[in-house]
Design a protein around this ligand. Structure first.
Ligand code: S3P
Length: 427
């Protein structure tokens, strides 16, 4: 693999700027937006409640509107997006709008009680299908100075509650058991909000005090670190390869996989670091490397939560055993990812053990062979990870059902092929 590419826009940040930009109600140009299914579901839901967001090729425009947010005529369909569903639910609860939130079959099976419970404690009126979608929101009366100690480390829960406070013009304190991605906090701060963060050991405390945010006329979305990791691992496990990935988001709460890969012996360099729209970005140079197995530190799991499928592929071709634990949240992602990873590794005859909260993976030096197709379980990150494993296969790997790659990385196949991979249309 060789060449250089510009990293596609960040999915989490793209969704947040649409929501916070709509609350700001101003004219704003968004550069670097990820034009993929998940952010587009969020965009459509926002327009349903009165936002005025338009897409024009590479750019997205938020327009100042004269009418306030209003109850949607149609159901709000968040498709496959957990972030979209949980963050929009926070916004709607803060605004006190009546609505019905729905999603695809994967999203309809994901736990929503983690946001419904604190929202009800805050004063929202919500009905659901036993803690799952469809969710109905009714009027709400959100209390001021709500405090919530989150039982699980989840940036989606934290962001949901922060958005409820923001939209209802109230103060809030949220305590997280482990540090999770802080894009919402950074964005509120970028627009002049009064938000502070304290960290004691690995516990985070976020204090938000309401005052009006200050509009800006533009916002630049950082490149998606999670998407970059597919290119990084593909390069690491290929022979004689070097790739430059430009404009990658390097936010510390997201980029934990760099630390793990460096522990594994990866040859990765960061260049041209800078801050853009309150997020760190930089260029990554990655070269083929001989990887070794490692024990992944437990505390880093929330900061590599979306990267464990592709880390498993790096581990499958590393020398020795890689141990991943404390990752039971993977069971409630777009698929049960621990099960999906184990299923794919079994088809490639990679020795591994699966536990309730993790995996031990023993790497191989041999090329892998798979007679059977690998099941993506309709999960974009599982599909992309096993397509990358094809680099170290004898005759290629066939992955079933790759359509969901469009939720986060629609250009995946073109970009990987432009760097030297051969992923054909059948996948
Ligand atoms: C996200 C947070 C993570 C991550 C998801 C995106 C976000 O979920 O897995 O892909 O944008 O806040 P949790 O915070 O629920 O772990």
């Amino acid at each position: 693999m060789s060449g250089e590419i510009v990293c596609p826009g960040d999915k989490s940040i793209s969704q947040r700027i649409l929501i916070i930009g709509s609350i700001l109600n101003c004219d704003m140009e968004i550069d670097g937006f990820l034009d993929s299914a998940d952010p587009n579901s969020t965009l459509n839901a926002l327009n349903e409640i009165g936002a005025s967001i338009k897409k024009d090729q590479e750019k997205v425009f938020l327009n100042k509107r004269n009418i306030p947010f209003h109850e949607p005529v149609n159901d709000l369909d968040l498709g496959n997006s957990g972030t979209g569903a949980r963050l929009i639910l926070g916004l709607i609860s803060g605004l006190g709008l009546r609505s019905k939130l729905i999603g695809d079959s994967s999203l309809s099976n994901r736990p929503m009680q983690r946001v419904i419970k604190p929202l009800i404690q805050m004063g929202a009126k919500i009905d659901s299908n036993k803690g799952k979608l469809p969710i109905f929101t009714l009027d709400s009366k959100i209390s001021n100075n709500f405090q919530y100690k989150m039982p699980i480390a989840s940036a989606q829960v934290k962001s949901c509650l922060l958005l409820t406070a923001l939209a209802s013009e109230n103060n809030i304190k949220v305590i997280e058991p482990k540090i999770t991605r802080d894009h919402t906090e950074r964005m509120i701060d970028y627009f002049g909000g009064d938000i502070s963060f304290k960290q004691k050991a690995n516990i985070g405390e976020i204090n938000y005090k309401f005052h009006n945010l200050t509009p800006k006329d533009s916002y630049k979305v950082a490149g998606d670190f999670s998407s970059a990791t597919f290119i990084i691992v593909a390069t690491l496990i290929s022979l004689n390869s070097e790739v430059l990935i430009k404009n990658v988001g390097l936010n510390k709460t997201r980029s934990g996989l760099l630390e793990i890969l460096k522990m594994m012996g990866a040859n990765i360099q960061i260049k041209n670091k800078k801050i853009e729209s309150n997020e760190e970005v930089g260029d990554i140079v990655v070269k083929s490397s001989k990887l070794i197995g490692v024990q992944v530190p437990k505390n880093i799991i929330p900061n590599i939560i979306d990267e464990i499928p592709i880390l498993s592929i790096a581990a499958a071709f590393a020398d020795g055993v890689t141990k991943i634990s404390n990752a039971s949240e993977l069971r409630v992602k777009e698929s049960d990812r621990l099960n999906a990873i184990s299923n794919g590794l079994s088809k490639l005859n990679i020795i591994h053990e699966i536990f309730e909260d993790g995996l031990n993976i023993t790497g191989t030096k041999e090329k892998v062979d798979s007679e059977k197709k690998i099941n993506s379980f309709n999960d974009h990150r599982i599909a992309m990870s096993f397509l990358i494993a094809g680099i170290r296969s004898k005759k290629g790997i066939s992955v079933e059902n790759c359509k969901n790659i469009e939720t986060s990385f629609p250009n995946f196949r073109n970009i990987m092929n432009s760097l030297g991979m051969k992923i054909d249309e059948k996948n």
